[in-house]
Design a protein around this ligand. Structure first.
Ligand SMILES: [Zn+2]
Length: 482
């Protein structure tokens, strides 16, 4: 692939791959507003496929979609002390509108807990109103100085779930359930294996009792937080006075959750599935699952080949998102590169000899393997099977990468040495926040989570904190992160 001009001169290797693929595969482009990107049609089509898969899962678990305003009165954000402390540095604030200074400043939402809780306080009166299960698809703004397409941008797209419950047990179950929905989305749709677990206090969502996350290991050895789910306890309920009458007629505060994933998932797909040729898309989120490229030299071959291509396209288009690349102005070689950069999972090449032999040539993007002389008879069934196999193989490749790049460490010396090559390090931690900070200062690595299950074999052994050597039963996952 040709070199691309990037905005940042000091992009690390992984980030330069991200920028290169985003640009060359026409997923996104830089915008005139620093920190923001334009999502181009091909990138947006991927987002729409992710969105529709997740939206279905969110509705199947009983949630309804709603929409709340982009602007939040500044006073709302200030009500919850931790929340404002966490978000204020990244907030964009509107002070002037309609030709005059505003009486109350309006914050462009960095997240919507405050405005949604304000509404919940009006809607929730009795135990009969619970649980209240709401989701919103929206854009949010968190000011960024450096653009990393899809991974970190000032404005991004996401969904945010907000729920209210009668008991803490229900809220806890909800927060954990939605994390599992995210895990399923990531592994079964995006083909990205993740580690699910709980965040340490340092990494907790501002205003939450506990934060759960899924983390994916990107090909450059960095971890990406791909989704979070929070048990908010009664923190926001008390601030926004959300009370309900329980079955005994007593007034109680509700227990709440919030959870979200964003267009960062596109960044995760890019950083997990690529090679030197470009992107490799899992079939489930590929805007084009199969591309047909006609190959002919003589004019006399042209209609013979093209007619066969059209016939194939017609026979397959009900089962696949198809594209027949019959552009006259480009050579087949150019088209091969074009669709490889874009990560189309399956390419079908057809030349005059294939037509007379009633066969096609198929190229898989996951392995770049050429499959010759595949009979046209039964092709649909063959492709359905191949598509499933490509989806599974991309997951398998990523899982192997994760396993290969996860190591146990015993002490700080080993940690400092091994973190240099990236990947996940697992080690014991004494739960003292200062030990976590020591490692972060020295190596920039953080505790990504206390995993529910570790990807490496481990008995329920005891060990010693890798920093202070205190006895510990808690093995955690460390990594450098985006
Ligand atoms: Zn320690």
């Amino acid at each position: 692939m040709p070199q691309v001009e990037t905005e940042d001169k000091d992009l690390e290797k992984g980030e330069s791959i991200l920028v290169k693929i985003s640009q060359e595969a026409e997923l996104s482009d830089y915008s005139p507003v620093k920190g923001c990107i334009v999502i181009r049609p091909y990138g947006f089509a991927i987002w729409e496929l992710i969105q529709s898969a997740l939206d279905k899962m969110i509705k199947e678990t009983g949630h309804e979609n709603a929409y709340f305003p982009l602007f939040i009165p500044e006073s709302f954000l200030k009500k919850e002390a931790e929340h404002v402390k966490g978000f204020a540095p990244q907030c964009a604030v509107v002070t002037f509108a309609g030709g005059k200074e505003l009486e109350e400043k309006l914050v462009v939402r960095p997240t919507s807990e405050t405005i949604i809780n304000h509404m919940f306080s009006k809607w929730i009166k009795s135990y009969r109103d619970l649980p209240l299960l709401i989701n919103q698809w929206a854009n949010v703004v968190r000011w960024e100085m450096r653009t990393r397409p899809f991974l970190r941008t000032t404005e991004f797209l996401w969904q945010e779930g907000h729920t209210a419950h009668a008991t803490n047990n229900e809220a806890e179950a909800e927060a954990r359930k939605m994390l599992q929905v995210y895990k399923t989305l990531s592994e079964e749709v995006l083909a990205i294996p993740v580690i699910d677990g709980i965040k340490t206090e340092n990494q907790r969502f501002p205003g939450a009792e506990s934060t759960y996350c899924i983390e994916g290991l990107m090909k450059d050895g960095k971890s990406l937080q791909m989704g979070t789910s929070h048990n908010l306890g009664q923190n926001f309920a008390k601030v926004f006075d959300i009370k309900f009458q329980d079955t005994n007629g007593e007034l109680q505060y509700v227990y709440e959750t919030s959870w979200g994933v964003s267009s960062r998932l596109i960044g995760a797909v890019i950083m997990t599935h690529h090679d030197e040729k470009g992107l490799k898309l899992p079939p489930k989120i590929a805007p084009v699952q199969i591309v047909i490229v006609p190959i002919y030299k003589e004019d006399s071959e042209r209609s013979l080949v093209l007619n066969k291509c059209k016939e194939l396209q017609n026979g397959l288009k009900d089962d696949f998102r198809m594209k027949l690349d019959d552009r006259e102005q480009f050579t087949p070689g150019f088209k091969f590169n074009f669709w490889e950069i874009k990560g189309v999972p399956i390419r079908i090449n057809i030349g005059p000899r294939d037509v007379s032999n009633e066969v096609v040539e198929i190229v898989r993007r996951d392995t770049n393997e050429k499959l010759k002389n595949i009979p046209i008879e039964g092709l649909k069934q063959y492709l359905i099977k191949l598509s499933t196999e490509i989806q599974a193989n991309l997951f398998r490749q990523a899982k192997e990468f994760q396993a290969k790049n996860t190591v146990n460490v015993k002490d700080e010396k080993e940690f400092t040495e091994k973190i240099k090559s990236g990947g996940y390090l697992t080690g014991f931690w004494c739960e003292n926040l200062s030990c976590e900070e020591v490692l972060q200062k020295k190596t920039k690595a953080t505790i990504r989570c206390i995993p529910f299950n570790l990807p490496v074999d481990q008995s329920k052994e005891e060990g010693y904190c890798i920093v202070c050597n205190k006895k510990s039963k808690l093995r955690v996952i460390f990594a450098k992160a985006y």
